[in-house]
Design a protein around this ligand. Sequence first.
Ligand code: APR
Length: 239
Amino acid sequence: MMRRMRNIVILTGAGISAESGLKTFRDNDGLWEQHAIEDVATPQAFARDPALVYRFYNARRAQLQQQAVKPNLAHHAVARLQKEWRQGTVTLVTQNVDDLHERAGCSNVLHMHGELLSQRCCRSNQAVYCKEPFDATSRCQCCDPPSPVRPDIVWFGEMPMHMDRIEKALYNADVFVAIGTSGQVYPAAGFVAMASQCGAHAVELNLKASDTNTLFDEHDYGPATVVVPRFVERMLKEN
Ligand code: APR
C-alpha cells in the first residue's frame, strides 16, 4: 500500500521514446551498438574529432524533427498526470535529449542530460534554442567576439544538470516512477535508492526488468504506450 500520496517524481529514459521511432542506447540495434561512446559522447571525443561529434548530433537533431517522430501515448499520459494531479506536485526528470515530453504538453521538464534542440556557448555556457545543424565554424551570439558553440548535451564524464532541484524533489517524493530506463547510468540509476530511503513508493515501468529492478516496490512490464497510460489512469482514480 502506498502511504498518502502527494508528490510524484517521474524519471524517464530512452524507452519512453522508443515507440516514437527514436532508438534507445543499449537495446539490440541501439545507438551505442552503432557508435562508440568514446568517439561521440565524451569531452575527449569532442576535443579529438569535433567534426564527427557535430555530425552525430546534427543527424540526431534532424531525425527528431522528421514528421514521423511524434510524442506517443506514454508522453501524453505523463502530461495528463501533470495537469490533473491535484494532491501535490509532479516533477518530471528526463535523461532524454528529445523534446517529446514538451510536445506532449509537459511543463518544467528537467533535462538532466541536456537537449538536442539547443546549442551551448563553449565560453559562457549559455544555451540557446537551435533546430538547425551547426559545426566548428558556428558562433554564439552572447560573446564579443563570438565564441564557438557545442551540442547542449551532457557527455560521459560531465556533471548532469538540475541536480539540486532533482535531489530536493526526490527527498520530498511519496511516489517515484522510473519509465524506460536501463538503470545503467548514474546518477539517474541511483535515484530509486535515494527516493526509497526517503520513504517513497517506487514503481518501475519498462519493457523488461532493468538493472535496478530489485530496488522497486512495484513493476509493470510492457511497452511504455501500454503501461504508462495504465499507471496514470490508476493514479488519477486514487487522486
Ligand atoms: N517501452 C518501455 N521501455 C522500453 C521500450 C518500450 N517500448 N523499449 C525499450 N525500453 C527500455 C529497455 O528495456 C531499457 O531498459 O528502455 C530502456 C533503455 O535503456 P538505455 O538504452 O540504456 O537508455 P537510458 O536508460 O535512457 O540511458 C541512460 O545513457 O547513453 C546514456 O545519456 C544517455 O540518457 C542516456 C543514458
